[in-house]
Write a protein that binds this ligand. Structure first.
Ligand code: HEM
Ligand code: HEM
Length: 231
């Protein structure tokens, strides 16, 4: 906070102890879940692998980028930071879809019923939101040209909906992930406890960024046309 960052890299690069803790938690969760569980011959393990990398690592850092780029004024650096956000989240979307296909196919092969657990139901909702969020995000990103097709008065609303939906999507993913960790097919004892701690650190970090990163001229209202409408 405090000083305005000069460029996209300065805005997105971890600066505080809190930033480093969240990045560390994302890396720990994103990489150690696949290391502990992945087996290329077992279809199920593609699910936690894709989800930990997609949600735990990429989507959390991508949401962090979305929140941190608020500090940038309008112009080329803000657009550059938005490209980083868009690329990270698009990759997260593909991993989430891959993880979903893996678990769905795995259940179908073993003739098990779908979406019976709380994790499975919330997971399905998260997948739907994970498709919707980047779709609206693509409309909200002026550089892609789609926002020009939206009536001018409705543009701030598109952006506001994407911002809110993006956060809700991430929260749903974090909750779904927490519910999955004690599952017998996943539980690794003290490593699982460390995963739970790392998901908690991510939640605290995203909440911290959300409340402390500057909102600039935009404020928090749905109807205000602001500097962001230019990108
Ligand atoms: C946000 C991330 C996640 C989403 C959206 C998600 C989504 C889902 C969905 C939709 C199902 C049910 C599939 C069906 O019934 O056909 C499922 C099952 C499962 N997932 Fe996840 N998952 C996520 C993260 C994880 C993680 C990180 C793990 C493990 C570390 C995991 C472990 C499991 C297990 C063990 C099942 C089978 C048991 C059950 O249906 O609850 N999931 N997941
Ligand atoms: C699941 C995927 C995504 C999630 C969870 C997500 C989440 C977010 C969040 C939380 C913010 C809010 C930052 C703030 O409060 O100012 C944001 C901003 C933004 N995102 Fe995304 N995003 C996703 C994908 C995308 C994609 C794919 C694009 C573009 C192709 C995109 C474009 C934008 C833009 C343009 C903004 C700034 C909106 C504004 O001007 O206020 N997002 N995103």
């Amino acid at each position: 906070m405090g000083d305005e960052p000069a460029d996209a890299l300065a805005a997105l690069w971890p600066r505080s102890l809190a930033d480093l803790a969240v990045v560390g938690a994302c890396a720990f969760f994103g990489f150690t879940v696949p290391i502990a569980l992945f087996d290329s011959t077992v279809l199920f393990t593609y699910h936690p692998t894709c989800m930990s990398l997609g949600f735990g690592l990429l989507m959390t850092l991508g949401v962090g980028a979305g929140l941190k780029l608020r500090a940038l004024g309008p112009g080329a650096e803000r657009v550059r930071a938005l490209w980083v956000h868009a690329a990270t989240q698009t990759l997260a979307l593909f991993l989430a879809l891959g993880g979903f296909v893996a678990i769905y196919r795995n259940k179908a092969i073993h003739d098990k019923p779908h979406f019976t657990t709380t994790h499975g139901k919330l997971g399905l909702l998260t997948i739907v939101l994970t498709v919707l969020s980047p779709t609206i995000g693509a409309v909200a990103f002026k550089r892609l040209g789609l926002l020009d097709a939206v009536p001018e008065q409705a543009r701030p609303l598109v952006k506001a909906v994407h911002r809110r939906l993006g956060l809700v999507t991430w929260c749903a993913g974090a909750l779904a992930t927490s519910l999955a960790l004690p599952h017998p097919a996943v539980d690794q004892g003290s490593l699982t406890s460390a995963w739970q701690v790392s998901v908690f650190v991510m939640c605290a970090g995203v909440a911290f960024w959300h409340f402390t990163e500057p909102k600039g001229a935009r404020g928090d209202g749905f109807a205000r046309l602001d500097k962001d409408s230019q990108s």
